[in-house]
Design a protein around this ligand. Structure first.
Ligand code: F6R
Length: 247
């Protein structure tokens, strides 16, 4: 594994964008796996900057997002589809029809999950998957206890996640209790993985994922089984690492 320790989240974004841009320039119809949350925002800002500067073309890029809440329409301000439009897709020359976010409104979510996997296969798999890590070591909505071989599926959200999310919704009954998430097995099939992390609240999870045992208790530890992973970690999230990574 490659571990790059950087000074701040802007540098994390620039390093990640440079890695991805270099791969994208070598392969037309590049298949990029994307994440939501606060972690990839510096990366998305840099990708937008490169696109606007004419240095990176997205016209033939295909994207697949990791996850979406079940029951939220794409227009809902908390939906991950809207997050992606607002933070990336609306600002680059990508063909929106080639951007895929799981459909939280699918009539049959289980059938949708199978179809999502088939869509990824049909385009030849994901060339590079961007990930963030949860403070409990989760990746996508694969919480501790998820099978390391799991596929795209409907998952129940933990009580603490439902409670955390309730502040974004007017009524408790509107807070999603389920999500569609790519599985850990699905993620591990990506050709390359770029994992990003910043913030002291991630330090424990980063150390366990990189230096602890591979275990369902820390879903991100499964990345140890993949030989093309670049971790780009801001120093404040790298304080608990003990090995001589990238120093
Ligand atoms: C989002 C996702 C999540 C986040 C993780 C970190 O698509 O897959 O696993 O990457 O929860 O969230 P932030 O970046 O908000 O700290």
């Amino acid at each position: 594994m490659q571990v790059i320790i950087v000074g701040d989240k802007e540098e994390m974004g620039r390093r990640a964008a440079a890695l991805i841009a270099e791969q994208m320039r070598r392969k037309p119809h590049f298949v990029l796996g994307l994440a939501t949350g606060s972690t990839p925002l510096p990366l998305y800002q840099e990708l937008v900057r490169l696109n606007k500067a004419g240095e990176l073309d997205f016209s033939t890029t295909i994207t697949f997002n990791l996850d979406e809440y079940v029951g939220l329409p794409p227009t809902h301000d908390q939906s991950y589809r809207r997050f992606m439009n607002v933070n990336l897709f609306d600002h680059i020359n990508i063909n929106k029809a080639a951007t895929h976010v799981p459909d939280g409104m699918a009539a049959d979510p289980e059938a949708f999950c199978e179809a999502y996997e088939a869509m990824i296969d049909d385009v030849g798999g994901i060339d590079c998957q961007v990930l963030g890590i949860g403070s409990n070591g989760h990746i996508a909505f694969n919480e501790p206890g998820s099978s390391l071989a799991s596929r795209t599926r409907v998952v129940g959200l933990t009580e603490s996640t439902i409670k955390d999310n309730s502040r974004f919704f007017a009524r408790m009954e509107d807070v999603p209790t389920r999500a569609i998430s790519m599985g850990i097995g699905t993620i591990l099939e990506a050709e390359r993985i770029v994992m990003l992390a910043y913030g002291a609240n991630k330090a424990e999870a980063v150390a366990k994922a990189l230096e602890g045992p591979v275990t369902v208790s820390v879903p991100a530890s499964a990345l140890q089984m993949h030989d093309q992973v670049a971790w780009i970690v801001v120093a404040d999230a790298a304080t608990k690492l003990r090995l001589e990574w990238g120093r």
